[in-house]
Design a protein around this ligand. Structure first.
Ligand code: GLC
Length: 422
């Protein structure tokens, strides 16, 4: 039974649920895109019905970089309006001081997630967030166009360039004037750090800053990989790719205007939606490998988690919500409806999940080999490191200097930033 108490003069209304447990009014931020916001709301509706708490969603810009900037300000100011934050996998070391330690509250469930993800969210023994889903990108390709033009799925960037160009030119000659060969995330933000890390790592060029803190980015294989990507802009990719984030790439792709796309798994379910021009006409493969020594397919590790603000006036209810959003039940729904990768290994063998998202069978291995961005070794400087990196890459893509020139400057800037800090 619910009962409302008005506390004299305080304008505070408190709802009591069941055996005296107090119902809370919670807020959660969401930069979800596509059908993500509606999915979140549907899960929150269930949580509200089960617990008697209410949850307000505070919508945020989709760019993780913009979200990070805002959250950092709010948290630094001790903002008590937001109880639960959805956090990018790279943020843990930078925001750890502002979130509650969930290790005790989640002791019963932490062991059901991939240990590497729990580790990525643990800072000096404190579990700062619970995993909601993990992310490892794919090369999306048009099965109909590859078949029509007698091409196979590229396994190297060189093959991708050739196939993208050939199909694009042949299609345009037939009057398909809007078609492009390849779209990706070329805007100057965190997403470009993810794409460019893949180009560099797949070409044997290291991972910007190595796990031991060594700044490795200024090398020939890294420069060659970034110069190669610069050659895509205005040839197989539109000039506009320099302003694309995930959603702009998906927009072009989903209208049927790209042969290939680099994107995260969320675009799989949306691409097969009833309003999609590419429904049933595409599949996904691992990203292409580079050339030369140590070349391999490389996927940047992404993913989102749920953290509880230490300024929340209702920490118990907020922790309950975080646990709910990380639960197996919600992760399964997410995998089916949103094609987001679960962080619970058994869900990769779940028949319902595999029926909705058959690619997930192969994505467990891709996730397990995914390359982390250097957020652990660079600690609280990660955002600055990433911003210096994506700027150097964006300059190169835009034709402002060669990769070799820009990486030399980047190395010096990273050394200054590092000092004795990491
Ligand atoms: C995805 C990833 C996240 C990454 C972001 C970059 O949301 O899950 O980790 O930082 O893309 O745009």
């Amino acid at each position: 039974m619910k009962m409302k108490l008005m506390l004299a003069g305080l304008l505070t209304s408190v709802t009591l649920v069941g055996a005296g447990a107090q119902a809370a009014e919670l807020s959660i931020v969401s930069g979800d895109t596509g059908s993500g916001l509606a999915f979140l709301r549907s899960q929150l509706d269930r949580f509200e019905a089960d617990t008697g708490h209410t949850v307000t969603v505070v919508p945020m810009p989709s760019s993780t970089t913009d979200q990070f900037g805002q959250y950092r300000l709010w948290l630094a100011a001790g903002n008590s309006d937001i109880d639960v934050y959805q956090t990018d996998v790279i943020w843990a070391p930078q925001l750890a001081d502002q979130f509650l330690d969930l290790s005790e509250a989640a002791a019963d469930v932490a062991g059901s997630h991939f240990p590497s993800i729990i580790e990525s969210q643990t800072v000096d023994g404190k579990l700062v967030a619970l995993p909601a889903f993990t992310d490892a990108p794919a090369l999306y390709y048009r099965t109909d166009l590859l078949e029509k033009h007698g091409k196979s799925v590229p396994s190297t960037w060189t093959e991708l360039e050739a196939t993208a160009m050939e199909i694009m030119e042949a299609e345009r000659a037939e009057g398909n004037s809007e078609i492009w060969g390849f779209v990706f995330q070329g805007n100057a933000y965190e997403g470009l750090t993810c794409d460019a890390l893949e180009w560099v790592k797949s070409n044997g060029g290291g991972q910007i800053v190595e796990p031991d803190g060594t700044i490795s980015i200024n090398n020939e294989q890294a420069a060659a990989a970034i110069d190669r990507a610069a050659g895509w802009v205005g040839t197989i990719a539109p000039e506009g790719v320099l302003a694309y984030m995930e959603e702009e790439s998906r927009g072009v792709w989903q209208l049927g205007n790209a042969v290939f796309m680099r994107n995260w798994p969320y675009a799989y379910a949306l691409g097969n939606g009833d309003d999609s021009a590419v429904k049933g006409k595409f599949d996904v493969a691992p990203l292409p490998a580079g050339d030369g020594e140590n070349a391999r397919s490389a996927a940047t590790l992404g993913g989102w988690n749920v953290a509880v603000s230490k300024y929340s006036p209702d920490p118990e209810a907020a922790i309950e919500l975080a646990k709910f959003l990380a639960s197996e039940e919600v992760q399964k729904e997410r995998a089916i409806q949103q094609s987001n990768l679960p962080t619970i290994p058994s869900l990769y063998e779940d028949a319902d999940v595999l029926e909705a998202s058959p690619f997930m069978e192969n994505w467990k291995a891709i996730f397990e080999q995914a390359v982390p961005r250097p957020s652990a070794p660079t600690k609280t400087d990660y955002n600055e490191v990433s911003s210096l990196f994506w700027s150097a890459v964006h300059d190169t893509l835009a034709g402002n200097g060669s990769a070799a020139e820009n990486l030399e400057i980047l190395e010096a800037d990273l050394q200054d930033l590092k000092g004795d800090a990491w």
